[in-house]
Design a protein around this ligand. Structure first.
Ligand code: MN
Length: 295
């Protein structure tokens, strides 16, 4: 099933070019907490899955083209991200790399992106107005966590996976000796984490470890790899993060980017496609307001 968040935080099921509005199948109280609908849905999936499976009977179909897709989960408690998780990406940033000596996600662990940086397939990548810094795309498979997870061994990790989305880990690069802001801030500008176009439930992605992961800028293929090239696989990532703290239903784990990372600029269009998950294209624009602090 493809579960999407749209318009004013409504929830629907996507089937072909239609989206079936299933917001009415959720408890009334969520109208007071609309951003929490997807978290609640994930946490209570066992109870509502059967109703959602009948979306054709109970949901109102809308043309997908007529809705605004929001971040696949608009309000996860955490957005974790793996650095250095594809061998050929390690080293390609040269002086702009945070970590030396080719250390991978296995040694580095994870970093955090602010959940407030999420945006959906109907949004845009917004760069700081007037900036001459380098902003990069990173094409990543996102894992959506199914339930609370603490100290989960990798052998059991897939029981804790609800589904998958495409994720662009947009990044303001370091300029060594000039500008070396903290990674969490460089990757957390508003809109710097496109997540979507929906969540595909795990039952529809039998082999998440062998998916094509591709990204284009203005129609030109920039990144093309396969999730089989990940150094730390999904199971080990769940083990790693859950060894530090408790994962929550709806949490997002960005699994890292392959080689081909490069810049984008206002006026560009960035397209990500993960095989068996989906694709989305976002325009790149500048923020309307110039920041009081230069970036
Ligand atoms: Mn990344």
């Amino acid at each position: 099933m493809k579960i999407a968040s749209f318009n004013d935080f409504r929830v629907g099921v996507v089937d072909g070019t239609d989206l079936y509005d299933m917001t009415g199948a959720l408890p009334e109280f969520l109208a007071e907490l609309p951003r929490q609908r997807v978290n609640w849905l994930v946490a209570n999936w066992a109870r509502v899955q059967a109703r959602f499976a009948q979306y054709r009977e109970t949901g109102a179909p809308l043309p997908l083209a007529n809705v605004t897709l929001l971040a696949a989960n608009p309000a996860p408690q955490h957005v974790f991200a793996a650095p250095a998780n594809y061998r050929k990406h390690i080293g390609e940033l040269g002086d702009r790399a945070v970590t030396k000596a080719g250390r991978t996600a296995r040694e580095q662990g994870f970093f955090l992106k602010a959940p407030g940086s999420l945006v959906g397939a109907g949004g845009a990548l917004l760069l700081p107005k007037g900036s001459d810094r380098r902003f990069d795309h990173e094409s990543e498979l996102a894992v959506i966590v199914a339930k609370e997870a603490r100290n989960v061994p990798r052998e059991r990790a897939m029981e804790y996976v609800f589904g998958y989305s495409c994720l662009i880990d947009a990044t303001m690069r370091i300029e060594k000796g000039v500008a070396e802001e903290e990674r969490s801030m460089r990757k957390s500008f508003e809109s710097f984490t496109p997540l979507g176009p929906w969540i595909v439930t795990a039952d529809e992605v039998p082999s998440p470890g062998t998916l094509a992961n591709r990204l284009w800028v203005n129609g030109e293929l920039k990144q093309s790899a396969n999730t089989s090239e990940m150094i730390v696989g999904i199971g080990e990532l769940v083990e790693l993060v859950s060894s530090v703290l408790t994962l929550q239903p709806g949490d997002v784990i960005a699994t890292g980017t392959p080689e081909g990372v490069g810049p984008f600029a206002p006026g560009d269009e960035v397209r990500i496609e993960i095989e068996g998950v989906g694709a989305m294209t976002l325009p790149v624009r500048e923020c309307e307001v110039r920041s009081p602090r230069p970036y």
